[in-house]
Design a protein around this ligand. Structure first.
Ligand SMILES: Nc1nc2c(ncn2[C@@H]2O[C@H](COP(=O)(O)OP(=O)(O)OP(=O)(O)O)[C@@H](O)[C@H]2O)c(=O)[nH]1
Ligand SMILES: [Mg+2]
Length: 486
């Protein structure tokens, strides 16, 4: 097969910076859609729930051709509950486009995704988006991003990042905010000039690592990942191994890659490309694919441990059967098992009673999305209140702690501070932002359960709150409900 220049790019940012909108523009301007196709906004948010909520939940791939390059683009979710997924994606790309809102500036998730990118040795491209906003403060935001790079110990190469300016919603990216071009060509050009395509390692033995999973009713479980060297072929005998004693020879059934928005069946793919393979029903995140009988696993990929759990139960109330068609314990069990095929980081455990399952995930959003998806599909389920998962670390009982950043109109800051103190939060910083006050707290997750709606009330809907899991810390004090020993 002939070698092709491939560049893999991830679009990363805090929630709502315009990642999916930018990917729309990529697709629209690379003529992926045929002329009669209707272009919907945020086409990458293809799940119903994503469309309604306007957020990206599942990261998604697409690819475009630009000059003699194939550019694979991954749209990533911005919400902190999905951080570990973004982290896995960053390991499979050659560069990242870091979007920062022209008025918000860097946010907590910006810091997290940038840190992971710098750690992976990538040289990011900065895109200041939404420069059409009235309260844009472009130069200040760029300074803040520089500070962030310095703070995260970027090397000189990384600090020398290209800066572009965008109105993603109108499909515009510019070299200078005042330019008059109305397309995103500067972004395409910057990608190909700033990033080296993946090197030609086609003559080396096959190596691929699975970094994501998918499931298809017809072909079963699918492993998705990047080919690091060699060529991967449909129907080929290969080895599957990891650092945890897995050593098997298996046969690939179907092979796919992304062409435009579509998953396309192909007979072979070269190093550098992101491919999907079917036929290996026990394939897992982190598995290395190599030539038959050769077991050289790449470093294992960490999967974040769940921090929150909820019981999913059969509805036994008098209203049973009114809101769903799948109501039995067996229905629920089968559906949860199917979810486990692809939902990385989700855990399902049986409990003492047969009609209750303990489902653990990475946060309230992670769990509520599963619940909402199931309800949409016609499952009727009762759920318990979410509970924090405690852990014993070095013999000490520990609990998850989150960083919470609130930006609220000054007149409401008192009540927010009060509430966070009551919830065992510790103030880390407080900043005056004109008519707004920004407070940063570290709060145990158990103190934050159910807080969001109170926060919205207390700030008359004008406050912004973002939270992010940071670490497990020794359990400090008892309040409200007592933890159960793990
Ligand atoms: N004013 C303005 N709004 C924009 C621009 N680009 C995107 N938006 C809007 O910003 C909102 C969020 O856009 P998305 O593309 O969904 O953001 P995202 O980064 O993918 O968000 P998550 O996937 O939830 O992390 C949408 O309402 C867009 O219409 C822009 O250039 N200017
Ligand atoms: Mg999105």
């Amino acid at each position: 097969m002939e070698f092709r220049k491939i560049i893999n790019v991830a679009v990363i940012a805090h929630v709502d910076a315009g990642k999916s909108t930018l990917v729309d523009a990529f697709l629209a301007q690379s003529h992926v859609f045929s002329d009669h196709e209707e272009i919907v906004a945020q086409v990458m948010d293809s799940n119903d729930l994503e469309r309604e909520r306007g957020i990206t939940i599942y990261s998604k791939n697409c690819s475009i051709n630009y000059k003699d390059y194939k550019i694979n683009i991954v749209d990533t979710p911005g919400h902190a509950d999905f951080s570990s997924e973004v982290e896995r994606i960053i390991k499979t790309v050659d560069t990242v486009i870091l979007l920062v809102d022209s008025s918000e500036g860097p946010m907590p998730q910006t810091r997290f995704v940038l840190k992971k990118s710098l750690d992976a040795g990538l040289r990011p491209i900065l895109l200041i988006n939404k420069i059409d906003k009235k309260d844009a403060r472009i130069n200040e935001v760029i300074d803040e991003v520089y500070d962030l790079f310095l703070d995260l110990s970027a090397n000189d190469d990384q600090l020398d990042f290209p800066i572009l300016y965008g109105i993603a919603r109108n499909g515009i990216v510019r070299y200078n905010p005042g330019d008059s071009n109305n397309d995103i060509n500067p972004l395409f050009e910057t990608i190909v000039s700033h990033v080296d395509p993946y090197p030609n390692r086609m003559d080396e033995p096959l190596q691929m690592q699975v970094s994501a999973l998918a499931y298809d009713d017809y072909i079963g479980r699918i492993g998705i990942g990047r080919v690091y060297s060699g060529i991967i072929r449909q129907n080929a005998m290969i080895s599957v191994c990891n650092n945890l004693n897995k050593k098997e020879n298996r046969k690939i059934a179907n092979l796919y890659n992304y062409q435009g928005l579509k998953r396309t069946a192909i007979s072979e793919a070269q190093c550098g490309d992101i491919v999907l393979i079917s036929g290996i029903e026990n394939i897992e995140i982190g598995d290395t694919i190599g030539p038959e009988n050769v077991y050289e696993p790449l470093p294992q990929i960490d999967i974040e441990e769940p921090t929150l759990s909820m019981n999913f139960m059969v509805n036994t109330s008098p209203f049973q059967g009114k809101s769903g068609k799948y109501v039995t314990s067996r229905n629920i069990k089968e559906r949860l098992e199917r979810e486990l095929e692809v939902n990385v980081g989700l855990k399902v455990e049986p409990t003492d009673t047969t009609d209750t399952f303990k489902v653990s995930g990475r946060g309230e959003l992670h769990l509520s999305i599963l619940l909402e998806n199931m309800r949409r599909e016609g499952y009727e389920i009762a759920v318990s209140r979410p509970e924090v998962i405690f852990k014993k670390i070095d013999g000490k009982l520990c609990e998850p702690i989150e960083e919470v950043i609130c930006s609220v109109p000054n007149e409401y800051s008192g009540s927010v501070i009060n509430k966070l103190n009551l919830r065992k939060g510790q103030m880390v910083d407080i900043q005056d932002e004109g008519s707004y006050t920004k407070v940063i707290y570290h709060v145990p997750t158990r103190g934050l359960l159910g807080y969001r709606s109170e926060f919205i009330n207390d700030t008359k809907g004008e406050g912004v709150m973002v939270r992010k899991f940071i670490e497990y810390e020794p359990f400090a004090e008892k309040f409200r409900r007592e933890p159960t020993e793990p």
